[in-house]
Design a protein around this ligand. Structure first.
Ligand code: SF4
Length: 548
C-alpha cells in the first residue's frame, strides 16, 4: 500500500517559503530538522486495509494528532492547520499545494488506533527516537503523580440517573426498531421520557421522588422484558444502551414479590462498580482526601527527572477514579522495565507506597522513594503514642515485645479484606491494664493491645522506609518529586487534561497518551532551542535560609 505525502526530505518549495516566513526559525521547523519524521508509515500500516485508493500517510496522521495536542486544537482546527500553515507543512514534509484532509480522517485514525490497541505506539515510537538521540536512558531518576480527569458527562443524582438511563435506552431502541417500540411504549412513556429528565422537572418531596423512581423502575423492567422476549428484532439485546439499562437496574432496583423496589443507598454495590451515567458506563465517582469529588477517571504520569536531560513522560496509565494510587505502583514499574526504562530511583508521594510495593520495588532493583503513610489507627497519628514501629518483632519465636518490655501472648496468621497475609498479635489484658503507659498504647476497654502485622519482608521493608524518611538526606532527596506538578499543569493548560473530551476509558487513555506525547515533543524542541527546565523558584528570603 502506498500512502500520500510521507517523505524524509521537506519539499524544496515548502522549505524555501518556510525559511522566508520564519527567518529566525520555528519550533516545528526545529522539530523536523533535528528530530526528523517521528513516526514511520510502517508503524501503523497494519491498521489499514491494503486494498482501495491511496490513503493519507499514517505516520503523518500520528504526528498531526500529537501536534494537535501541542496547541490544544480541535480536529477541524488541526485539519485547517495542515492545509494552511507553512510551519505544519514543513514539519509534515508536505508540498505547499497539498490540500490536506477532512477532519473526519483524524476521527477515523483514532478509531483505528483504538481498534488495533495501538494507542501506546504513539508514545513508544517517540521514546525510542529520543533514546537514539541520547535524551532518555534506563536506570535514571523518574517520578510519578496522578490527577483527576472529569468524565465528558453531566453529573446526575440517582433519580436523574435512572430516568436518563431509561430515556437513553428508548432513544437507541427507537433508532433500531421504531415500529416495535411504538407497540411497546405506553402514552405515559412519551410524556415521561420524551425529554431529558432534569432536576427541575422532578418532584420536591422525598415520598414523591421515591414513587417516581419506582415507576421508572417498573417501566425499565417492562422494556427489558420486551427486548428479551422479542424474536423479530433480536439486535436490540446487543445495544450498549440496553445493556447499560440492565446494569443500572441491577444496581439500583430490587425485585421483591413481583414489585420493583428502589434500593436503599446502603444496599447498592460499592463505588468502584457503581455506574454514574448511562452516557459513560466506565466513569466512576470518587472523593479526594481533601473532600473534593469528581466523576470520571484518574491519569498517572511518570516522567524522567535527571537534571542533565529534558524531562520526558515515559509512562501513562488511565484508571477508573476509584483505583487507589498504591495499586498501580507495581504496574508502572513493570511496564517501564518491559520497555527498558526501569528507573534506579522512583519518586512518588505517600499514596503510591504500601508495604507490598516497597517489597516489589526491592525485587526489581528500583529504589521507591517517598514517605510511607503512618499507621491508619490513632497511634499512627499521635506523635506521643506507641505505633507499630515502637514494637520489636521476633518472627521466629512468633512474639512481639512492647516498649515496656512485655511479651505478646497470641500470634494468629490470617488474611485481611484485600486478601493480604496478615498476623494478629495480642498482649495480655491484665498486663496492659496494669501498665503505666497504657494511655499512650491502647484505648481498648476489655482487651490488651493488639497489632496487625503484614508479612516479615513487608514489615521490615516498611520499618526501613520509616527510619529512612526521618533523615535529612531523605528529605533533601525527596524534593526532586515536587517538580512533577509542572507536568500536570502543562497538560491542563495546553491540552485540557482535567476534562476528557471522549466517552469511556479507552478513548480517555488515548487522549492522555497524546497529551504526554505532545508534552514530550514540546520539551525536546525547547531543549533543542536552548530552553532548559527552570529549577523550582526560591524567594530572595528563602535563599538566605541555612541548609539543614
Ligand atoms: S499497654 Fe500493654 S502493650 Fe502497651 S506498652 Fe503497656 S504493657 Fe506494653
Amino acid at each position: 500500500m502506498r500512502y500520500k505525502n510521507q517523505a524524509f526530505d521537506v519539499p524544496v518549495d515548502t522549505a524555501a517559503v518556510a525559511q522566508a516566513a520564519f527567518p529566525k526559525g520555528n519550533p516545528y521547523m526545529t522539530m523536523r530538522d533535528e528530530i526528523g519524521p517521528l513516526y514511520d508509515d510502517s508503524h501503523f500500516a497494519h491498521l489499514f486495509s491494503h486494498a482501495g485508493r491511496r490513503g493519507e500517510s499514517p505516520g503523518n496522521l500520528a504526528l498531526v494528532l500529537v501536534m494537535q495536542h501541542m496547541e490544544g486544537l480541535t480536529d477541524q482546527q488541526a485539519a485547517d492547520a495542515v492545509r494552511s500553515r507553512i510551519d505544519w507543512k514543513y514539519a509534515l514534509g508536505l508540498e505547499l499545494t497539498d490540500a490536506g484532509f477532512d477532519r473526519t480522517v483524524l476521527v477515523n485514525f483514532r478509531k483505528r488506533l483504538l481498534a488495533g490497541s495501538e494507542e501506546l505506539a504513539l508514545l513508544e515510537h517517540m521514546l525510542a527516537r529520543f533514546q537514539e538521540m541520547g535524551y532518555l536512558k534506563g536506570q535514571g531518576k523518574q517520578r510519578t503523580d496522578s490527577t483527576h480527569v472529569l468524565a465528558a458527562t453531566r453529573e446526575l443524582n440517582r433519580l436523574e440517573l435512572v430516568g436518563e438511563t431509561m430515556r437513553h435506552a428508548l432513544e437507541a431502541s427507537a433508532r433500531v426498531a421504531p415500529p416495535w417500540l411504538q407497540q411497546q411504549a405506553t402514552p405515559e412513556w412519551f410524556g415521561r421520557y420524551g425529554r431529558r429528565l432534569d432536576q427541575y422537572r422532578l418532584p420536591d418531596t422525598k415520598k414523591e421522588r421515591q414513587e417516581l423512581a419506582e415507576v421508572i423502575g417498573q417501566n425499565g423492567v417492562e422494556l427489558l422484558q420486551a427486548v428479551y422476549a422479542t424474536k423479530t428484532t433480536p439486535e436490540l439485546k446487543s445495544l450498549p444502551e440496553v445493556e447499560g439499562l440492565r446494569q443500572v437496574w441491577v444496581q439500583q432496583y430490587l425485585l421483591q414479590e413481583g414489585e420493583v423496589r428502589w434500593r436503599r443507598p446502603d444496599d447498592r454495590p460499592p463505588g468502584e462498580r457503581l455506574i454514574q451515567s448511562p452516557h459513560d458506563l466506565e466513569a466512576r465517582y470518587s472523593q479526594k482526601g481533601g473532600g473534593a469529588n469528581w466523576t470520571g477517571y484518574k491519569v498517572h504520569f511518570t516522567e524522567t527527572c535527571d537534571r542533565d536531560k529534558p524531562r520526558l513522560v515515559t509512562h501513562v496509565l488511565t484508571t477508573p477514579s476509584t483505583v487507589p494510587d498504591s495499586q498501580v505502583t507495581t504496574t508502572i514499574q513493570q511496564d517501564l522495565g518491559a520497555n527498558g526504562l526501569s528507573p534506579a530511583e522512583h519518586y512518588v508521594d505517600a499514596g503510591y507506597i504500601d508495604a507490598g510495593n516497597l517489597v516489589e520495588s526491592i525485587d526489581t532493583a528500583i529504589d521507591l522513594i517517598g514517605p510511607i503513610q503512618p499507621d491508619s489507627n490513632w497511634q499512627g497519628r499521635d506523635l506521643q503514642a506507641f505505633d507499630l514501629s515502637c514494637f520489636t518483632i521476633d518472627w521466629q519465636a512468633q512474639q512481639a515485645t512492647c516498649p515496656m518490655g512485655e511479651k505478646s501472648v497470641s500470634w494468629s496468621p490470617g488474611h485481611d479484606n484485600y486478601d493480604h497475609e496478615i498476623t494478629h498479635v495480642r498482649f495480655a489484658r491484665a498486663t496492659c491494664a496494669a501498665c503505666p503507659q497504657r494511655e499512650r498504647c491502647t484505648r481498648a476497654k476489655k482487651n490488651g493491645r493488639s497489632l496487625k502485622l503484614r508479612t516479615k519482608t513487608e514489615h521490615e521493608a516498611r520499618q526501613r522506609a520509616w527510619q529512612r524518611q526521618e533523615t535529612s538526606t531523605f528529605k533533601e532527596k525527596y524534593k526532586r518529586r515536587a517538580g512533577v506538578e509542572g507536568l500536570i499543569s502543562q497538560g491542563v493548560r495546553r491540552s485540557g487534561l482535567r476534562r476528557t473530551p471522549y466517552i469511556g476509558l479507552a478513548k480517555t487513555h488515548l487522549h492522555n497518551i497524546l497529551v504526554a506525547a505532545a508534552t514530550n515533543l514540546t520539551r525536546v524542541v525547547a531543549w533543542l532551542e536552548g530552553s532548559y527546565p527552570a529549577q523550582t523558584r526560591v524567594s530572595a528570603f528563602q535563599a538566605l535560609a541555612p541548609s539543614t
